[in-house]
Design a protein around this ligand. Structure first.
Ligand code: HDE
Length: 724
């Protein structure tokens, strides 16, 4: 799939030439005008062009390395307009990062509707066979723009659909519930979760006092917190995350019939997570781990896919389903009670061309709704409807952010909004007001019959109060439902995460208070965490009602396709080229992505080295195959590397496998990843490191095909949980 690239030359080119064409995996926003009309220009028409450097005004420049000075040892002249333009623009290159979800990565794609939602929603993009361009941004919530990808956190999953009827944004998360029931508390939860205001630490973490102070006092946050402490808080990649609209929305059919729905994105690659040690290693070894994975997959043509599904509920007066209040965003509806019905497939096909222009400047908004999709009175959603426009005024510098190329609608815009900073449209006419006669009465208002957005005429009455209905009072039963739906290994991860995070708090009373909340969720979980913290496990302060587990909430046990899984193949200078080449081909034939791990950079025999013994760590691979004896490489530093090795004492006795390979195998083993060997020297190396070739999750083969067959079977289940 890889496009031929123009390789850079060693010496700086001196002959003027047109800029290189954009790589095939990149795509800019559609070339529509600020008023939503297709311009017909190619979508790269906004990129800079021409062989020569110019000023912002397009005048060619002879020099940009020397300021204009009075003599070569004299002062700089104020008249140097190029210097001033260059520095002034640079001084203003940064815009405020997002208050939350500052760190993100995005991609272009397409949503293809199955038409199965056509009966419950009149939205044009949900009708059969309709294809709609999308721009999707994934993010962490807490960290600043430069923070690491693999921290324990919720992930944003925001999708902009550029539909023919205007823009629809589904601004969701990878966790189906939220910390707070009423949006007025959003500043509180975020202030508590962000770094401490005095020292501004810790970065991108919830493992600190203020977070646990808040969630232990504010117990409606316990359900979301439980998800964060689970494997969902450390996804393996964006490609393997589920997405959720969180709130209950309202779909409207062509005849006006409303249906309440919850939106789900199901990844075709399956739902997978990192283990905690991998997440920690990746935060240092490759802080851009998720961002890189997404971009690499798209560049390689391994287009990530998610199926959009809906759970539907009758729009009854109490807006409650099986006793679950659908307006309470701290509650989910188990899939066993309401199946997720597939309505379309989203495929991400292109990387952005420019991070700032697209990923940074994209502005999602929960109020971007199209006919056929309406909101409910969920008190969290209601506040979001205000916040998303308001925040862009500061972040994107004024009211015309909808005109930035990535935000432009792909439907005609005729809004009577005028002027303001950065106005890019050249509006004709004299009457941006209604009623008017000077512009012939334009623009006219539409009726529902010609595509107007008409709110569902819901009857509303009540007293003005600052309170929620009593049905929102249960803060623990769904946290228990989630915990009890996990497999034992997932439960162990949850207990370990609570123990780690609470162990990082300074104030004992905060730990004790959170233990009290755990006691009200599950006695066994509470006891395990209490043991780790060295504190007594408190008694619950309420009856712990039994819950029916929802197996659909567990990530373990379901086989998924293995396309795009990464296989490390460790080789040395004596590895059998035929066998290794055969393995590379066999991997590629079944959609696995092989990485050669060599003793040094460059090439080893006939193989191009992707990682060296010194740079490879477990988090980069789903499986590792030893393709040789792997003796210590020329740059091995025995004293240093052996200390890091697993079973280092055996390393010398083993006949000398490079200590960094021993370390890598040790990590892969601990992380329950598939291990393998190719040929007898590979198997010998594995055995000498201490891996029993007969143990679960180990594949040995003389022929490459035997190895890949074993890999596929094991990788379908992601990890070898039964190793321990
Ligand atoms: Fe957001 N949220 N949010 N949020 N949110 C923002 O908008 C806000 C909430 C979510 O990739 C901000 O443009 C309030 C729930 C995502 O650009 C801001 C409340 C969910 C993104 C904002 C919530 C989300 C944001 C910051 C409580 C999941 C990133 C910058 C009422 C369903 C979108 C911006 C992107 C971003 C406000 C709660 C998801 C400040 C007030 C619940 C994925 O407007």
């Amino acid at each position: 799939m890889e496009e031929p690239k123009t390789p850079p030359t060693f010496h700086e080119p001196v002959v003027p030439q047109e800029p290189f064409a954009r790589p095939a995996d990149q795509s800019g926003p559609e070339a529509v005008s600020p008023t939503g009309k297709p311009t017909g220009a190619p979508d790269d028409s906004r990129s800079q062009s021409g062989a020569y450097l110019t000023t912002a005004g397009g005048v060619r420049l002879p020099d940009t390395d020397h300021s204009l000075r009075a003599g070569d040892r004299g002062p700089t002249l104020l008249q140097d307009h190029h210097l001033r333009e260059k520095i002034t623009h640079f001084d203003h290159e940064r815009i405020p990062e997002r208050v939350v979800h500052a760190r993100g990565a995005a991609a272009h794609g397409v949503f293809a509707s199955y038409g199965s939602a056509g009966g419950v929603s009149k939205a044009a993009f949900l009708q059969e066979g309709v294809e709609t361009p999308v721009f999707v941004r994934f993010s962490t919530v807490l960290g600043s723009r430069g923070s690491a990808d693999t921290v324990r956190d919720t992930r944003g999953f925001a999708v902009k659909f550029y539909t023919d009827e205007g823009t629809f944004d589904l601004v969701g998360n990878n966790i189906p519930v939220f910390f707070i029931q009423d949006g007025i508390k959003f500043p509180d939860v975020i202030h508590a979760a962000k770094p401490h205001p005095d020292r501004e630490i810790p970065q991108a973490q919830s493992a600190h006092d203020t977070f646990w102070d808040f969630v232990s006092l504010h117990t409606e946050a316990q359900h979301h917190t439980m998800w964060n402490m689970s494997d969902r808080g450390i996804p393996a990649s964006f490609r393997t995350m589920e997405g959720f609209g969180v709130h209950t929305f309202r779909l409207v059919a062509a005849d006006g019939t409303p249906t309440l729905v919850k939106f789900h994105w199901k990844p075709k690659a399956g739902v997978h997570s990192l283990v905690w040690e991998e997440a920690q290693l990746a935060a240092g070894g490759d802080p851009d781990f998720h961002r890189r994975d997404l971009a690499d997959a798209i560049e390689a043509g391994l287009y990530p896919q998610w199926e959009l599904g809906i759970q539907t509920f009758p729009d009854t007066a109490d807006q409650t389903f099986e006793g679950i209040d659908l307006l309470d965003p701290t509650k989910l509806v188990p899939e066993e009670l309401a199946a997720v019905q597939p309505v379309g497939m989203m495929t991400l096909t292109a990387n952005p061309t420019n991070y700032f222009a697209e990923t940074e400047q994209v502005a999602y908004h929960t109020g971007h709704l199209v006919p056929g999709i309406d909101v409910t009175n969920d008190p969290l959603l209601q506040v979001r409807l205000f916040s998303y426009v308001d925040t862009q005024l500061t972040r994107l510098g004024g009211p015309n952010f909808e005109q930035i190329p990535i935000n432009r609608a792909h439907a005609p815009v005729n809004d009577m909004l005028r002027d303001g900073f950065h106005q890019q449209a050249v509006h004709a006419g004299v009457a941006p007001y209604r009623p008017n006669s000077l512009d012939g009465g334009c623009p006219f208002v539409a009726g529902a019959d010609v595509g107007a957005y008409v709110e569902v005429p819901e009857r509303v009455e009540g007293e003005k109060v600052r309170e929620l209905s009593a049905s929102f009072d249960d803060h623990f039963s769904q946290a228990r439902l989630f915990y009890r739906s996990m497999t034992p290994v997932e439960q162990q991860h949850i207990a370990a995460a609570y123990t780690f995070e609470l162990g990082k708090c300074y104030e004992q009373v905060i730990r004790e208070r959170q233990l009290q909340a755990l006691a009200n969720i599950d006695a066994q979980l509470c006891a395990t965490v209490a043991t780790g913290l060295g504190l007594p496990a408190p008694e619950p302060t309420m009856n712990l009602d039994d819950v029916d587990p929802s197996p659909a909430l567990s990530q373990i046990g379901t086989p998924f396709p293995v396309d795009g899984r990464k296989i490390g193949i460790a080789v040395d200078d004596a590895s059998d080229p035929q066998a290794v080449n055969g393995l590379i081909e066999a991997c590629e034939a079944v959609g696995l992505v092989p990485f050669i791990v060599g003793p040094h950079g460059g090439t080893v025999g006939t193989f191009k080295v992707d990682r060296t013994y010194g740079t490879a760590r477990s988090f980069e691979f789903d499986a590792l195959v030893l393709g040789g004896a792997l003796p210590p490489a020329a740059d091995a530093i025995p004293a240093l590397d052996a200390r890091a090795a697993f079973r280092a004492s055996d390393a010398a006795a083993s006949g000398g496998v490079d200590a960094r390979i021993i370390q890598l195998v040790g990590e892969m083993w601990r992380h329950c990843k598939v291990l393998g060997s190719l040929g007898s020297s590979g198997q010998q190396a594995l055995e000498s490191i201490g891996v029993d070739p007969e143990s679960p999750g180990v594949v040995n083969g003389e022929a490459p095909g035997d190895v890949t067959e074993g890999l596929i079977a094991l990788l379908a289940l992601h990890r070898v949980w039964d190793r321990f």
